[in-house]
Design a binder for this molecule. Structure first.
Ligand SMILES: C[S@@+](CC[C@H](N)C(=O)[O-])C[C@H]1O[C@@H](n2cnc3c(N)ncnc32)[C@H](O)[C@@H]1O
Length: 387
């Protein structure tokens, strides 16, 4: 994959003038490295060859500066890459490999889940020659990230009940299953069959490091492969009931319980949480009014399922961690208002909001918001502090 010999540009200089050339280059370009440290400097019988960064304007400028002073020539020859060299950016890895017009279109960021990278190329669609450029960029992703073995392209949006995304295999080992490590936990998952985003790493750290009382009963309504539940149970001796209707997510969640050392107990369920309010649903009956904390990580529909959370939560008080999408501007204010209206419609009220903040920008028009709220049922006879 990483050819150690390929043609590149060199500055050929007579041995006697080599030091003078280096002094001149460092004087002319003090902050901008002209020489390409990816390749070894080569020695001939009378000449030394300095590898150049491929930047036509800069090379032309250098030629003008040297003209008449030193006997120097720009030549193209086979160079030897330094074995210890590691590309730092995609731009660097792609230098000389794709036409310059594509450089602005190199993705600024991409997700890495385990050893799989997921890249979004929306802008490249505007130019021809897509497939070849996408493959080159994928190769660069592998070269820059030594742990990445496979590259996929995002095709569609996260959609459907299981919140999965259409992906297309591009480069590397053809596989969609991986093990992702996050906050000292491991998560086995299939990027095509289950939802997972590494972008919530800080949220999961934050929630799992909250002051959670021993023996709390917690419900993770949209648990996926288990990242919130497992990270909480790793640190706290609690009972967590973790639900997901996607059978693949449920199977991986069960495997992930085995992969991680946890202090608490997790009970996984493969079901639609809407069924929890069914008067004949056994687990719904068991948990009704008993739950101290509910995690709701389904931003598109979380408000719709607030009735389920209220059905489970202790009427004397409990905490809801709810993720919502909210339109810009004033996203936090709007999200709080929607949450308050909905919870009041369910005969509950907000005692305290301990956190309401933007988690990330979701689209040009909306943000993802987290609200951590302590809620109670509207019953005047329920007195006392249950926080
Ligand atoms: C946005 S993902 C979050 C997964 C997980 N919490 C995480 O952080 O990776 C939402 C999950 O909810 C599940 N889901 C959607 N609707 C559901 C429902 N009605 N009942 C149970 N699970 C549901 C989906 O299958 C998906 O795994």
């Amino acid at each position: 994959m990483n050819n150690s010999r390929e043609k590149t540009l060199y500055l050929r200089v007579n041995k006697r003038e080599a030091q003078e050339l280096i002094d001149l280059i460092s004087k002319l370009y003090p902050n901008n490295k002209m020489l390409n440290d990816r390749y070894k400097i080569m020695k001939g019988r009378n000449n030394i060859f300095f590898p150049l960064k491929i930047n036509p304007n800069q090379i032309e400028h250098l030629k003008q500066q040297i003209k008449g002073k030193l006997h120097v020539k720009v030549v193209k020859k086979y160079g030897e890459k330094r074995k210890d060299y590691k590309y730092k950016t995609l731009e660097e890895a792609l230098e000389g490999k794709i036409p310059e017009k594509y450089f602005d279109l190199i993705p600024k960021s991409y997700d890495i889940i385990g050893d799989i990278a997921i890249v979004e190329f929306n802008e490249i669609e505007q130019l021809g020659d897509n497939e070849r450029i996408k493959k080159k960029i994928s190769m660069a992703v592998i070269e820059v990230n030594k742990n990445v073995k496979t590259v996929y392209e995002k095709i569609g949006k996260v959609s459907g009940d299981y919140r999965t995304r259409e992906l297309r295999f591009l480069m590397g080992f053809k596989k969609s299953e991986t093990i992702h490590r996050e906050n000292n936990c491991q998560f086995k998952l299939d990027i095509e069959k289950t939802f997972f985003t590494p972008r919530l790493i800080n949220e999961r750290r934050k929630i799992s490091h909250l002051k959670i009382r021993k023996a709390e009963t917690i419900v993770d309504l949209f648990a996926g492969v288990g990242p919130f539940s497992i990270q909480i149970a790793k640190l706290h001796k609690v009972k967590i009931y973790a639900f997901d209707k996607n059978p693949h997510a449920y199977e991986y969640m069960k495997e992930n319980l085995q992969l991680n050392d946890i202090r608490g107990e997790i009970f996984p369920f493969n079901m639609d949480v809407a069924d929890l309010i069914n008067p004949h649903n056994k687990i719904g009956i068991k948990l009704k009014n008993k739950v101290n904390r509910v995690i709701m990580n389904l931003p598109e529909h979380a408000l719709y399922f607030l009735n389920v959370a209220c059905h489970l939560i202790n009427p004397k008080g409990g905490i809801i961690h709810i993720y919502l999408f909210s339109e810009k501007p004033n996203t936090i204010k709007k999200a709080k208002k929607k949450f308050q209206e909905k919870i009041e419609g369910l005969n509950y009220y907000i005692d305290e909001i301990s956190r309401a903040k933007i988690v990330k920008s979701y689209s040009p028009k909306s943000n993802m918001i987290i609200i951590d709220a302590f809620v109670r049922k509207n019953q005047t006879h329920l007195k006392g502090n249950f926080k």
